[in-house]
Design a binder for this molecule. Structure first.
Ligand code: NAI
Length: 382
């Protein structure tokens, strides 16, 4: 019997990273073993980043990590910590930039019969496509009083803009190329999965030449490349993919009041960051939403939550987000049986009322499990 090995690089992550990893990896291996009877296996190759990398190499993002990832096709990571208000910008942003991981995909839906903060979480089944490489989230930022901030403020004054000399400065840039490649991915995904709509989410009424341009270029791309198969709200057509747009603030109301009207959201970097956390809260919280950052060659899976320092090391973390990254990974590989097996095991565990503490607050009769015991409960149901 020959065994096909699929190489996956992994980064353990900071905070709750090691705990959710210790649960996720054996579960994914068990799913593959059950599904393929030894003919396929996952070959995990560890890379260093974050605190562990600093301890072992002195650098939070060693060159060897970037080098390995630059030719990789699959990787998975736990959360990496980022200091607020100073220090390095963000390891996550650095990775996305260095590897041109331009599309962040976050599918958010309701699992099991979890009780959540909203009355009808089952209406939420939305995939967020977030642009990952520009916007104010990525653009250069200079502290108040720095030479760079002062120079920019002087230039802005020359251009007739009134910016206080004491201000910190951040730059928001949004380009047609990066908008279009993101929107292309979102539309292709909706078409491949027979979904009814793609919504361009933007704040273009106020930021006309960045967010407004995102909307304009999004519609342009849809018309240029998909004109035969799409329609718009001004001319709806049966059987065609509806491309619509919503202003960002109204979008937050929409995902609470009418989430069933939204299937794919394509949006800029910061909007995507905010809306995906809000959607995750509607289905139970950050612990239950997975994600992938994609370039044209690499799929890099990660939980959408952070390092959760308040619960790190206490065996309280919810590993669902990383486990659901496994479902996404198996689907990406075309291993649909493995994806279903893992999803079903997870749903069965949640439906039995077995949850980690973060999911229990809205539930009556939930049995609260630690991170490790929750992983064992999922493994039993594989
Ligand atoms: P966070 O997502 O770590 O935590 C926010 C809240 O959600 C906390 O109450 C936490 O306990 C809870 N939570 C998050 N994940 C959970 C899980 N799996 N199970 C149970 N509860 C969970 O966000 P926060 O506190 O703003 O950020 C902490 C650090 O993480 C920061 O350094 C931040 O930059 C970083 N971060 C990293 C991300 C990544 O690596 N992709 C994403 C978001 C934040």
């Amino acid at each position: 019997m020959t065994t096909e090995s699929i190489a996956i690089y992994w980064i353990e992550g900071d905070g709750i990273g090691p705990e959710i990893w210790n649960v996720t990896r054996p579960v994914l291996d068990a799913v593959v073993a059950r599904e393929f009877n030894g003919t396929r296996r996952l070959e995990w190759k560890e890379l260093l980043a974050g605190e562990k990398a600093v301890k072992e190499t002195g650098s939070p993002l060693p060159e060897a990590t970037l080098e390995a990832l630059s030719t990789a096709t699959l990787a998975m990571k736990g959360p990496l910590g980022t200091p607020v208000g100073g220090g390095i910008r963000s390891l996550n942003v650095a990775l996305r930039h260095a590897l041109d991981l331009y599309t962040c995909i976050r599918p958010i839906q309701h699992y099991g019969n979890l009780k959540t903060p909203v009355r009808h979480p089952e209406r939420i089944n939305i995939v967020v496509f977030r642009e990952n490489t520009e916007d104010v989230y990525f653009g250069p930022e200079y502290p108040a009083g720095s030479v760079e901030a002062m120079r920019l403020i002087e230039l802005l004054h020359d251009m007739g803009c009134d910016v206080l000399p004491s201000a910190g400065i951040g730059i928001k840039s949004i380009s047609p190329q990066n908008t279009k490649r993101l929107v292309r991915k979102a539309i292709r995904f909706a078409l491949n999965n027979n979904l009814p709509s793609v919504t361009l989410m933007h704040k273009g009424n106020i930021m006309k030449y960045t967010e407004g341009a995102f909307r304009k270029w999004g519609y342009e791309l849809a018309e240029e490349e998909f004109s035969d198969v799409i329609c718009t709200e001004s001319n709806p057509q049966e059987g065609k993919l509806l491309i619509k747009d919503r202003i960002a603030d109204a979008m937050f109301q929409e995902v609470l009041l009418h989430p069933e009207n939204y299937h794919v959201i394509a949006t800029s970097n910061l909007n995507g960051d905010y809306i995906s956390d809000a959607l995750a809260a509607e289905v139970g919280g950050l612990g239950i939403a997975p994600g992938v950052n994609m370039s044209d060659t690499l799929a890099f899976y990660e939980s959408i939550h952070g390092t959760a320092p308040n619960i790190a090391g206490k065996d309280k973390a919810n590993p669902c987000s990383l486990l659901l990254c496994g479902v996404m990974l198996f689907t990406h590989l075309g291993w649909h049986g493995a994806a279903n097996r893992l999803r079903n095991a997870l749903e069965a565990t949640l439906s039995a009322g077995l949850v980690t503490e973060d999911l229990a607050s809205n539930m009556i009769n939930a049995k609260i499990l630690g991170c490790k015991a929750f992983g064992e409960a999922v493994a039993e149901r594989i």
